[in-house]
Design a protein around this ligand. Structure first.
Ligand code: AMP
Length: 147
């Protein structure tokens, strides 16, 4: 196996996220590599989006509350893994796009994802892992997660 220097782990907040994160941490230690982490906010709307008249006025508050919860979860997992603050990425978008684009921008040489996560119907719909593998410009490790 080649020696990796810059690893990116993609975490959702599913029950299996911890296993994926720990595997990435282990690999980073083995290769003496830098560990970067990304979580993509794909389940809450961006607060600054122009919603139009039909959206209730308290939507932004709700979004901000949800955002705070997600930020807290992300911080907790980053702190557990002792990931440097400059190597943490919390972004909006489509997970597969954001993961592969971030990997290219940050010169990542290995992306670590779970073989499945939050999407129970991933087998039918195409999982993030498969999309990342297809579009990534670097190696991808899919951590096997039990059903
Ligand atoms: P899924 O497509 O839900 O089966 O997820 C497969 C794997 O893709 C997960 O184990 C994570 O490593 C990664 N992943 C899925 N959704 C996200 C997300 N929103 N942010 C970061 N990584 C994700």
């Amino acid at each position: 196996m080649s020696s990796y220097q810059n690893i990116l782990v993609a975490v959702d907040f599913s029950d299996y996220g911890q296993k994926v994160a720990l595997k990435a941490k282990q690999l980073a230690e083995q290769f003496n590599a830098s560990l970067n982490i990304i979580h993509v906010l794909d389940n809450i709307p961006m607060p600054d989006t122009p919603y139009g008249m039909l959206i209730p006025l308290d939507t932004t508050d709700l979004t901000n509350e949800l955002l705070e919860v997600e930020k807290e979860k992300f911080k907790s997992i980053c702190d557990q893994l002792s990931i440097d603050v400059t190597r943490r990425r919390l972004v909006w978008g489509e997970p597969q796009n954001e993961i592969t684009q971030t990997a290219s921008k940050e010169n990542i040489d290995l992306i670590v994802v779970g073989s499945h996560g939050r999407h129970g119907l991933a087998v039918l719909m195409g999982s993030t892992a498969k999309d990342v593998l297809y579009h990534a410009e670097c190696d991808v490790l899919a951590v096997h997660l039990q059903d």
